[in-house]
Design a protein around this ligand. Structure first.
Ligand code: ACO
Length: 286
């Protein structure tokens, strides 16, 4: 099993789920440059680790993250533009580019504080589950800055404009239930059920074909900025691409199980993934 050892990130891989947790609990997981470099490295490695099917992004010590480290990321780097550029590149890469286009499904598990720059990883993950008593805040307006990097865009792309303007302009905190109501997370659960709810979602995702899931999440993300003609074309080509890349031969497997074996109903459950022997087995004549 791959060994992930870091100072400010804690990675555990168990039963197909990688728990990638920011690990500066005494600073409420505020994100320093060193933490960004480690998280960038961890996510790159987890993406190609065969033992990992789903990645959960969270924080140790009962908090998701108090945002960028105001001392180490902002104030101390003001005098060092070269290091600031390098740290910002790593920060943006893992919190957005990597997670947004990640090959595997990602879940943000939010407890405690989720503030400012932490909205990047919150919204780049494919799914988000919060504890009902989690505290969210776009606090930037209270620091004399705006929600930078891509936070403003990610928020504006996720929730209705009224909610985005309200919470970004006022910086008022809101809880997990409100985050679910406005669509900032998928759902909120009692704090003692948070981990179990996250595992339940991860297990559902692991029952799907990895290739089809990857293509589906990319499709949902990318069609947003396409016009209708582009979307038709892109989705047709993406559909063909799955058939080439799909080790589980999902299309034929699903067809066979529904039409020939009559062994499942796709409306309610996933098909059983094909084994090597079953791949492209010709359909039985009926
Ligand atoms: N940057 C740097 N240090 C931080 C940050 C941060 N974002 N958040 C917390 N810390 C530090 C505190 O300075 C404190 O350090 P110390 O023990 O050396 O004094 C330690 O973490 C604990 O913080 P407290 O404030 O004592 O903890 P508390 O639980 O009372 O409050 C809270 C937590 C509400 C998160 C508070 O720390 C806070 O408001 N932090 C700022 C959050 C914020 O606005 N982040 C956005 C930054 S801007 C951006 O991300 C783009």
């Amino acid at each position: 099993m791959t060994d992930y050892k870091y100072d400010f990130v804690n990675v555990r891989v168990r039963d197909g789920i990688a728990w990638a947790a920011l690990n500066r609990p005494e600073k409420r997981n505020a994100m320093s440059p060193a933490l960004h470099y480690e998280m960038d490295d961890a996510l790159a490695r987890l993406e190609v680790d065969d033992a990992v099917k789903v990645v959960v992004v969270t924080g140790e010590g009962g908090n998701f993250s108090a945002g960028q480290d105001l001392k180490k990321f902002f104030r101390e780097l003001e005098r060092d533009p070269a290091e600031r550029k390098k740290a910002a590149a790593a920060a943006n890469r893992w919190r957005w580019e990597r997670l947004y286009g990640y090959d595997k499904p990602t879940i943000a598990m939010v407890h405690g504080y989720c503030v400012g720059g932490a909205f990047m990883q919150l919204l780049a993950c494919d799914f988000a589950i919060a504890a009902e008593n989690a505290t969210f805040s776009l606090s930037e307006v209270n620091w004399g800055i705006l929600p930078g990097a891509l936070v403003s865009k990610a928020v504006a792309d996720t929730v209705l404009p009224r909610h985005a303007l309200y919470y970004a302009c006022l910086g008022e905190p809101f809880d997990g239930k409100e985050a679910a109501r406005i669509g900032m997370v998928n759902y909120a659960v009692p704090p003692d059920k948070l981990e179990a709810a996250t595992i339940e979602l991860a297990e559902k995702l692991m029952k799907k074909s990895a290739a089809v899931l990857r293509a589906t999440k990319q499709a949902i993300r990318h069609v947003r900025t396409m016009d209708v003609a582009q979307a038709y074309d892109y989705l047709a080509e993406k559909g063909k691409a799955i058939k080439v890349a799909d080790k589980e031969d999902s299309y034929n497997t699903g067809m066979r199980q529904f039409l020939d074996e009559k062994s499942y109903k796709p409306t309610f459950e996933p098909f059983r993934l094909a084994t090597v022997d079953q791949r492209s087995k010709p359909a039985a004549k009926k």
